[in-house]
Design a protein around this ligand. Sequence first.
Ligand code: ADP
Ligand code: MG
Length: 393
Amino acid sequence: MASITLDNVTKRFGEGGDAVVAVDDVSLEIEDGEFVIFVGPSGSGKSTLMRMVAGLETQSDGDVYIGDALVNQLGPRARDIAMVFQNYALYPNMTVEENMSFGLKMSTDLSADEIERQVTEAAEMMGIGNLLDNKPGELSGGQQQRVALGRAIVRDPNVFLMDEPLSNLDAKLRTTMRTEINRLQNDLDVTTLYVTHDQTEAMTMGDRLVVLNYGELQQVGTPLECFYRPQNRFVAGFIGSPSMNFFEGDVADAGTLVCDGLAYELSERMRSNVGDRAEVTIGARPEDIELHDDPVDTNGFEVVVDVVEPMGSISYVYIQPVDQSHEQTFVVEVDGQQPITEGQRLYAHFPSEDVHLFDTKSGEAIHQRKLDSDVGMSAGGQSQNASASSSQS
Ligand code: ADP
Ligand code: MG
């Protein structure tokens, strides 16, 4: 087992003006045994970052360490890692047992008996012990992915690298396999890097998230830190589903944030965090906006219900402020039994404890919601800061 350290790692594809910066000056420390998720939209550099750890891609700048060893010059074989990808890449003409034992036969001098014992053990762990004599073509997608995972486990590597391993599976199987990989990672305690663009996988699987956008590190922290203490508007919008609602506004003299369709009265704590900024964006999660028959206080705004999406225990209600000039829709989560109909007029109330504020120009978070407890915050209480330059407009 091993820790992983990335020191100012950059990857450029191509030359000069045409170069694509796939990974932009990323520094990161991953502890021995940690389960870390690389998450971000498509093209954000997740796979490239992982491939540099694997030795499948050479960084343009910076250093990669596995444990204490600088591995810049080492090929994938010498790094003692095992990889699982979206396409399982099993050998179609080999049985499950042959697929799982192939790596051990090639790279170790273990006896046939010992290899068989290890393969059987890994197959039992993955619940495919009864499929050892089958060919991949005879297996379902989920079973094939279990074989691919079993093949990785049997190698007993220093590090597991998984790149969107569940994205070919249907939704139900994905949920099951998510739980299984969680349990497996807990049991084996092998340092694991896991790439996904799926914020649900990110929230539910890892010890820590590494949030990327355009190759730049946005935030490194526990899933709950990224959710409750997003460091910028990108993370706030990317983590959480449905996404946080954003209202861009101009700060008026009286401490009011004037947005399209609502004039939000800033609390004292907000005002001191806003300072002399003129352009500020409100962020409010769907579950934190309340719908009432009356305004409650000055921060209740008349809205008209556009669409209601009943989910069962909750409903998603899409609303538009009555007084807005642009047709922007916002989403509110309400109790599934709260009777609401399309076209209805209500008041959307924004409790000030639950609202985030962002600097509109830089996207930087300048005010965080209140928390009832420090649930999910890492020991230091603060997540590792993304570099100050990682702003977006
Ligand atoms: P992700 O895994 O987050 O979807 P990638 O790491 O695959 O993103 O890609 C990051 C960026 O690097 C993208 O703009 C992609 O087009 C570019 N890129 C990735 N691999 C190559 C390559 N081999 N040659 C040129 N550009 C590449
Ligand atoms: Mg990728």
